[in-house]
Ligand binder design. Structure first.
Ligand code: ADP
Length: 498
């Protein structure tokens, strides 16, 4: 299975290129449902610029096959799955992206489930993916210095490396797992345990067991050399019962290996000066294009063309309880009464979808809602809005606010996780700030913060200053990529006793 011996190579110093394998269920440009895909898509580019050798491994979903021409590497992997073997083929795209094909698991309409619920065989699908990723490394002769796992879908991988695969190819490979959202853990009935191939005695609270179930993310958190999450504040929040989703005890035990590294954004893709999706480009020195974008967006969404000077507030994101749309919905009448126009783009929870749609019916011409995932429209919304609302109950990092600020669209957000770390709450006396923060998940707290924003908005000079302060923030990946490399380097040295 994994008996290949490798020549012992010394990881010499920080400057020698590192072989980094990023195992992930999503990555741009291949497939994306959330911010995780932006992270795993951006890091390899940055690592290449730094002369490291990154590669990616993903499941070969139908959605990828549809849009990319892939090459069959000729390698096959055979994954034991509780009494039978699942065969996968290894495809590649470019020099360093690998895709694991197994149509019984990944040739589906969606990534993880339908609006009716998760696919019932998600445990089997991601047992296959974790183990096939290691088998593919062996087949391809990849000898990663570090494997960087992401979220529960890759949680079993570090545990496999510590156990069934601890000899041979991976004996010198460090592991790191990034929590992009602790709310999703990959919890399955214990009847799926035999699929993992782990001996029965490993089903215990020190490992994969979680209150009688199996927990894929927990396996990764127990077994990884390093744990990261996507902002410093979230790294502290997950140690508390309020944000820990039952894993805070384990995380407190592993606190010494937990690090928060804030996400960046792809500043080539998200650049109002070069964005081909928006009707008029603009930059911090000349914002006239932004006014064109706003007027076009108002037309496109059939919002009231009158009182053009009133602010346009938008939301782009998943319609899930996490994002706090219920708080916005409760505040909506007051927000509209204050003369604000609203655009909501998102999809997700059916009840929230219905609630925002009925708001739009109630405030026709004032609130526009588009249910769906629409990259091009998202660009136009970021560019054409004045304000961007994020009332999140928790937010590991959040990309929406970073993109919004780069487009001079000022966030009004709850002070939590990455929102707290990336938005400077506006202080009128100092004249500095890049957004407006509020503390409680209450409609009145949101409207208070929005009220402060509207006071600033009517003073064009003051508003212009806030907009330029937001637009010049550096949210590029460079700094975060360097922090990841330093962590990898440290983990590799510790793994190798250097
Ligand atoms: P999360 O990962 O929790 O979904 P983030 O704020 O970290 O939230 O990232 C969301 C990313 O997905 C952003 O780039 C946002 O613009 C994009 N996005 C979310 N929903 C939509 C949608 N309906 N249409 C287009 N883009 C979307």
């Amino acid at each position: 299975m994994c008996g290949i011996r490798i020549e012992r190579k010394k990881h010499k110093d920080k400057k020698s290129p590192m072989k980094i394998l990023i195992a992930t269920p999503e990555a741009t440009p291949y497939v994306k449902t959330g911010g995780l895909a932006d992270v795993t898509g951006a890091l390899p580019k940055e690592y290449r610029r730094m002369n490291h050798q990154p590669s990616l491994v993903l499941p070969l979903y139908r959605q990828i096959r549809k849009h990319f021409t892939l090459t069959d590497t000729g390698h096959r992997v055979n994954v034991p799955m509780g009494g039978r073997g699942a065969i996968g083929r290894v495809f590649s795209h470019g020099p360093s992206a690998y895709f694991l094909e197994c149509d019984e698991f990944f040739d589906r309409g969606d990534l993880y489930g339908t609006p009716d619920g998760d696919y019932p065989d998600n445990a089997a699908r991601f047992v296959f993916f974790a183990r096939a990723a290691l088998e593919a490394c062996i087949a391809l002769g990849l000898e990663p210095d570090v494997i960087h796992c992401n979220d529960w879908q890759t949680g079993l991988l570090p545990l496999y490396m510590k156990t069934l695969y601890h000899n041979g190819l991976f004996s010198r490979t460090a592991t790191i797992i990034t929590i992009h959202n602790l709310g999703y853990q990959g919890l399955f009935d214990m009847s799926h345990f035999p699929l993992t191939g782990f001996p029965a005695e490993w089903f215990n609270p020190e490992g994969i067991e979680f209150y009688g179930k199996i927990n894929f993310l927990k396996a990764g958190l127990v077994a990884s050399d390093v744990i990261t999450t996507v902002s410093s504040t979230y790294a502290k929040e997950i140690l508390t019962p309020e944000y820990g989703y039952g894993l805070d005890g384990l995380l407190r035990k592993r606190e010494s290996v937990i690090h928060g590294i804030v996400n960046g954004i792809d500043t080539d893709e998200w650049d109002p000066l070069r964005d081909t999706f928006i009707p008029a480009p603009y930059g911090v020195r000349d914002l006239s294009g932004k006014t064109v974008c706003k007027n076009e967006l108002i037309k496109e969404c059939s919002l009231s063309p009158y009182d053009k000077d009133t602010p346009l507030l938008s939301f782009v994101g998943r319609l899930s309880a996490q994002k706090g749309l219920d708080v916005f919905i409760e505040a909506a009448d007051d927000i509209i009464a204050a003369g604000v126009k609203v655009i909501i783009l998102g999809k997700g929870d059916e009840e929230i979808q219905n609630n925002v749609l009925s708001l739009a019916r109630k405030h026709r011409g004032r609130i526009f809602v588009k249910i769906g995932y629409d990259e091009a429209f998202a660009h136009r919304v970021y560019a054409g809005s004045d304000l961007f609302v994020m009332p999140s109950r928790y937010e590991p990092c959040g990309l929406g606010q970073l993109i919004a600020m780069r487009y001079g669209t000022i966030p009004v957000a709850r002070r939590t996780g990455g929102l707290q770390d990336t938005i400077a709450d506006y202080k009128p006396l100092r004249g500095y700030g890049t957004g407006f923060l509020f503390d409680d998940s209450k409609a009145s707290s949101l409207t208070d913060a929005l009220g402060r924003a509207l006071c600033a908005y009517v003073d064009k000079q003051r508003w212009g200053k806030i907009v330029s302060q937001a637009m010049v923030q550096d949210f590029s990946w460079e700094r975060s990529a360097k922090e990841y490399i330093a962590l990898y380097d440290d983990a590799i040295k510790r793994k190798r006793g250097l």
